[in-house]
Design a protein around this ligand. Structure first.
Ligand code: PLP
Length: 395
């Protein structure tokens, strides 16, 4: 046992606690939903979950998981090329691909694994990657994994002029890749996708969009940011998660041209050296997709709830960041304040997470409110009342 090592970690944790920035892990005893049972708080209203469509505990989604567990068993046995690919993976991938307007798709155990399985695999000598400065951590890490032979550049957030300049500076590269979040997870704003598609076409760059917070949320029928901007079928590569609007269990995917998916099946390290998505999760995600297709009113309810809540927040004296997604951040300043604010809300039975440095820049700590189609207007009014009270208490 290395005591020195343990003491070093302990000292860092104690420093986080002293600074008021230590994260708390709340234990819940019920399915994710608009209301959960939480240790020490009885029933709590949840405004910090990615369960955007309320599908996490949808009986059909749960039942599909149980049926897949019974049909295919608990284990995948190994990676897909070694011991076989279940039908349910293929069915899921086929439906995902057509849903997001791509030729083909490949599932992964998470979107994190999808990004890490994609970006380094299509990069290397002569490749230049241009990444939005506010992209998700999984994209940042995946770009780093692309290694020293890949030139990595960051463009200013959603800034097409800056991106164009950088693309032109690198026009002789063997391969130009632009990568952006569809919805930026900490800001809730949406990438200017129609303009990005046009620019990438003009500059002969490959466009990758991680639509984790857009899938099931944006567009008339929830097909995501490409549907929102009416550019379905025009984005080269889409990655996304199955762990948010699509049931919220786990899983992710890469969707794109057939040749890309064939290539990833041969070369993608998180595909070749890691087990497949558990069949039960694939079954639930597949049913969640069917539910989404059958119930477009889930998407319109989510969009109406989000619009309504933003408006009421402003009427109540708050200044949320602008946007059209289901992520509504309210900037509070320093990290400790955001965490205190969140703790006070929890005492009132409202679960909204506070985010601080290093997840967001110093001084821009925030609470991030996430809306679901499953929230009722009464529940959202309760949240507003609690927000007003906590603000008035001077936290
Ligand atoms: N990409 C983005 C933009 C995200 O917001 C997230 C989750 O927060 C992920 C990837 C990771 O998704 P997963 O939980 O499926 O790994």
């Amino acid at each position: 046992m290395n005591i020195k090592f343990q003491n070093e970690l302990g000292a860092e944790l104690a420093a986080l606690k002293a600074a008021g920035t230590l994260k708390t892990f709340h234990s819940i005893q019920s399915p994710q939903g608009p209301v959960v049972r939480m240790d020490g708080h009885d029933e709590v209203l949840v405004l910090s979950s990615n369960n955007y469509l309320g599908l996490s505990d949808n009986p059909k989604v749960v039942e599909a998981g149980i049926q897949a567990l019974k049909t295919y068993g608990a284990g995948t046995g190994s990676v897909r090329f070694i011991c076989g690919t279940f039908d349910i993976h293929r069915a899921l991938e086929k439906d995902i691909a057509s849903w997001v307007g791509c030729e083909s798709a490949l599932s992964y155990v998470s979107c994190w694994a999808a990004n890490e399985g994609l970006i380094p695999t299509i990069s290397g000598e002569g490749t230049v990657i241009l990444s939005d400065e506010l992209n998700h951590a999984s994209i940042i890490d995946a770009c780093r994994l692309a290694g020293k032979t890949t030139k990595r550049m960051v463009y200013k957030h959603a800034d097409l002029a800056d991106l164009r300049t950088k693309l032109r500076e690198n026009k002789d590269a063997k391969r130009l890749i632009v990568i952006t979040d569809g919805v930026f997870s900490m800001e809730g704003d949406i990438a200017p996708l129609a303009d990005l598609v046009k620019l990438c076409e003009e500059e002969d760059a490959i466009l990758i969009v991680d639509d984790s917070h857009g899938t099931g949320v944006l567009g008339k029928t929830g097909r995501g940011v490409a549907e929102h901007f009416e550019v379905l079928g025009k984005v080269d590569i889409i990655t996304s998660t199955l762990g948010k609007a699509l049931g919220g269990a786990a899983g992710g995917f890469v969707a794109g041209p057939r040749q890309l998916i064939d290539y990833l099946e041969q070369k993608s390290r998180t595909q070749l050296f890691s087990n497949a998505l558990p069949a039960t999760v694939a079954g639930s995600a597949h049913e969640a997709l069917l539910q989404l297709k059958a119930h477009p009113e889930l998407v319109s309810t989510l969009q109406e709830n989000s619009r309504w809540f933003r408006g009421r927040l402003k009427e109540s004296g708050f200044d949320p960041l602008d946007g059209e997604s289901a992520i509504i951040p309210v900037i509070l300043g320093d990290t400790a304040r955001a965490i205190r604010f969140s703790n006070e809300l929890l005492k009132k039975g409202i679960f909204v997470t506070g985010f601080g440095f290093p997840v967001v820049p110093e001084g821009k700590a925030r609470i991030r409110i996430q809306i679901s189609a499953a929230h009722t207007r009464d529940q959202l009014e309760r949240v507003l009342a609690a927000l007003v009270e906590v603000k008035a208490s001077g936290v």
